[in-house]
Ligand binder design. Structure first.
Ligand code: AMP
Ligand code: ZN
Length: 115
């Protein structure tokens, strides 16, 4: 499994840096975003280092599918029972700051938005 020793999310996947994990299996890890932008804000990552969605190709389709399929399950478990957003910031112009593929899952009540 590819691992970039300078990558923060590789270090989290390897257990070298702590994270508030909410899900883990052989190839995926999900944990709480350290600066949540919503009441529920999770990050779903592959344990293998893939720098961004721009580095994924058709061979990654099953992995990407499993990442996406995990989102509603975790959103519900974490209390986002009324909807959520899924975002993959990609590359410089996409606002990506951590260069290890990750899917943001953001949900939970947003009273400031809906009154
Ligand atoms: P992006 O801009 O899509 O690359 O998002 C990176 C996200 O990683 C941001 O929302 C950060 O708050 C989050 N983040 C950075 N460091 C950590 C960390 N150590 N544990 C959890 N989330 C982190
Ligand atoms: Zn990495």
């Amino acid at each position: 499994m590819s691992h970039d020793p300078n990558c923060l999310f590789c270090k989290i996947a390897a257990g070298q840096i702590p994270a508030a994990k909410v899900y883990e299996d052989d190839e995926l890890l999900a944990f709480k975003d350290i600066h949540p932008a919503a009441p529920v804000h999770l990050l779903v990552i592959p344990k293998a280092h893939i720098a961004s969605l721009a580095d994924a190709d058709a061979s990654h389709a099953p992995l990407l599918g499993r990442m996406l399929a995990l989102a509603p399950k975790l959103a519900l478990e974490q209390g986002a029972s009324n909807g959520f957003r899924v975002v993959i910031n990609t590359g410089h112009d996409g606002g990506q700051e951590i260069h290890h593929l990750h899917l943001h899952v953001m949900g939970g009540p947003r009273p400031w938005k809906h009154g």
